[in-house]
Design a protein around this ligand. Structure first.
Ligand SMILES: Cc1cc2nc3c(=O)[nH]c(=O)nc-3n(C[C@H](O)[C@H](O)[C@H](O)COP(=O)(O)O)c2cc1C
Length: 175
């Protein structure tokens, strides 16, 4: 803490030599954690993702952004259908598996949608999507999905903030 109780801060102009600093700044935006899944010629593919965001209610649209450098990118770029699983705090282990291993569905119990997309049960929410649009965005691509089916449950959320996993319990502030 600096004098007056104000936290020290770092200010910089993002460029290709300080992407770690930008990653740190981005990490101050607390998010939930999802697993995005699709089918492919190489089998079922999954990826832990926190770039997910809701977009539109009518039509029902969501987005997320895969890294072009990921070995999984080609599968999601090609997939017509995919599913987004919003994880609860008991699903940390699943999240961890899909950070390391795109083929984790080989050993993880799952069902399959009519379109062949691998599905995980007992999530906080699950969205079955059909690709609606895709936009180039630097070293990532933005994939927009039209939600064909939505499932919602209750529980505590798995969170990601400042490079650490945590748990969000709903608590009303300002009352
Ligand atoms: C909390 C968290 C969120 C992530 N979110 C994304 C994301 O939004 N987009 C992405 O491309 N990779 C994301 N990743 C990385 C992927 O989960 C995965 O580790 C990466 O695709 C591995 O690349 P590889 O298949 O080339 O080894 C995230 C990782 C973590 C731990």
């Amino acid at each position: 803490m600096a004098d007056g109780g104000i936290d020290m801060f770092t200010e910089f102009t993002p460029n290709s030599s300080n992407t770690k600093m930008l990653r740190n700044a981005f990490s101050r935006f607390a998010t939930g954690v999802t697993i995005v899944s699709c089918d492919s010629l190489d089998g079922h593919i999954g990826m832990t993702v926190n770039s997910f965001s809701s977009i539109s209610l009518d039509p029902a649209l969501i987005m997320w952004a895969p890294d072009k450098k990921s070995s999984r990118f080609k599968y999601f770029e090609a997939a017509e259908y995919f599913a987004v699983h919003v994880l609860n705090s008991d699903q940390y282990q699943l999240c961890s598996e899909f950070v390391k291993n795109k083929n984790a569905f080989d050993t993880i119990a799952h069902s399959t949608s009519n379109e062949g997309v691998p599905l995980i049960d007992n999530c906080l929410a699950r969205f079955h999507c059909r690709k609606f649009d895709m936009h180039d965005a630097g070293d990532h691509k933005i994939i927009i999905g039209k939600v064909d089916n939505a499932l919602e449950s209750t529980g505590n959320a798995l969170s990601f903030y400042s490079g650490e996993f945590g748990e969000i319990k709903s608590k009303e502030l300002g009352k």
